[in-house]
Design a protein around this ligand. Structure first.
Ligand code: SF4
Length: 417
């Protein structure tokens, strides 16, 4: 039995695996949930990057117009069940390359605002090619407040290893400077073949010197269905690099805002995943509710057909047991470097210690967690083990789930052990 299975059995106190069934409901039970995030997936790209695991397809104007209609229909189907507009924490656009539907983003935001009051910011992921003054101005006019740029690396050799070419950095830095967005995230990948500590530090330095308020540093992961010419550096190197990134960012005065993100103090976080609950719209988007996890189909035609027929495009639904939901909740709380017993109690109606007292005590004893005020905070050692476990789950769960979903629009079931 592997580590991921053992951990799942221990934390859920059950041998029952995560079983996703081919079931869709046309009504989602989210009206009573607080801390609700919104996510919209735009799957179009100009070209396909070999390392990228996300659900995407080459841009086609006709298809993008049909996709927009389907997306608006899905938003209306979900939001239309509300008696009154509901508060949402934030809205994030990911992909794919959302800027390829730049002219439609305002329509999508308007459709969402009909049903949701978006209290926090609106964020958009950008390909470096789209970081231009006119594009950023258009995003601002549409109501976008945060941007995340998929830089990956500023080093030519590293970009080549990832199958990317060097963009015009002068144009990017000038656009970021002129746009004046309060939150600018830059994504950087580490453990790329040929990457050294010096290159990595230079990447971080360059990002912060040119307008980044936050960097997200993701380990290079070789998904089984990706087409990577070069493989990631071994885990030993990843461990060393993560520790170097952490030390360098702390030295630069940044705060660690999650296991893989570092931000300038006093700036708003760019984070699309650390929400108690979220609604996902578009192909491959996921929805997390109190007792369910849902995944939309990865097939664009399947997605459009379902919406045209007045049905939600969910391909798989997982009904959580309480322990499964609590384990999932803790996993993502820990990603943000802190676990709040008060938030846990208000979400589950039970004290954290009554469900996971032994585990929390053990983590404190092993130096993975420390008590800070009313919360538990991950130590650097804890953050490393989280990074290690997260990669193991990515390989065991996400790789499997996405691989099947890429090939079957509506799989019969998926069991994650
Ligand atoms: S990395 Fe970005 S641009 Fe490249 S294929 Fe993935 S989503 Fe598209």
């Amino acid at each position: 039995m592997n580590m991921t299975s053992l951990l799942r059995i221990w934390l859920t106190r059950s041998f029952k695996p995560f079983e996703f069934k081919n079931r869709h409901d046309n009504r989602l039970d989210f009206e009573g949930l607080d801390q609700l995030g919104l996510y919209v997936h735009i799957p179009f790209c100009r070209s396909i990057c070999s390392f990228c695991p996300y659900c995407k397809i080459l841009y086609d104007q006709d298809l993008s117009e049909r996709y927009l209609e389907a997306l608006l229909a899905e938003i209306e189907m979900v939001g239309g069940t509300l008696d009154a507009p509901k508060e949402a924490t934030s809205l994030y656009f990911g992909g794919g390359t959302p800027a390829l539907m730049l002219d439609s983003l305002a329509d999508i935001i308007t459709a969402l605002k009909k049903h949701f009051i978006i209290r926090g910011g609106i964020g958009v992921e950008l390909h470096p090619e789209d970081v231009r003054v006119e594009t950023l101005d258009a995003l601002k006019s549409a109501g976008v407040t945060m941007i995340s740029i998929g830089v990956q690396s500023f080093d030519e050799g590293c970009l080549m290893a990832l199958g990317r070419s060097e963009p015009d950095y002068g144009r990017i830095f000038e656009a970021v400077r002129k746009s004046g967005f309060e939150t600018v995230d830059m994504d950087l990948i580490f453990a790329i073949p040929g990457q050294t500590a010096r290159i990595l530090k230079n990447d971080i330095e360059t990002a912060f010197a040119n307008g980044a308020t936050q960097i997200s540093t993701y380990p290079f992961i070789d998904f089984t269905f990706a087409d990577n010419r070069y493989k990631p550096l071994p885990e030993k190197e990843k461990k060393k690099m993560l520790s170097e990134i952490t030390a360098f960012c702390v030295y630069k005065g940044c705060q660690r805002t999650s296991v893989w993100t570092f931000a300038k103090p006093g700036t708003e976080k760019y984070s699309s995943i650390t929400r108690d609950n979220f609604l996902g719209f578009g192909v491959s988007a996921t929805t997390l509710l109190m007792d369910q996890f849902k995944i939309n189909t990865f097939s664009i035609e399947g997605y459009i057909n379902r919406n045209e027929n007045g049905e939600l495009p969910t391909s798989l639904t997982l009904d959580f047991s309480l322990r499964q939901r609590a384990a999932y909740y803790l996993f993502w709380s820990a990603y943000s470097m802190r676990i709040s017993p008060d938030s846990f109690r208000s979400y589950f109606g039970k004290p954290l210690e009554s469900m996971y007292g032994t585990e929390i005590g053990l983590c404190v004893l092993l130096g993975l967690l420390r008590k800070k005020g009313t919360e538990y905070e991950l130590t650097e050692k804890g953050a490393y083990y989280y990074h290690y476990i997260e990669q193991a789950y990515t390989t065991a769960y996400i790789d499997k789930m996405w691989n099947i979903s890429r090939n079957e629009p509506f799989p019969e079931k998926i069991i994650l052990k």
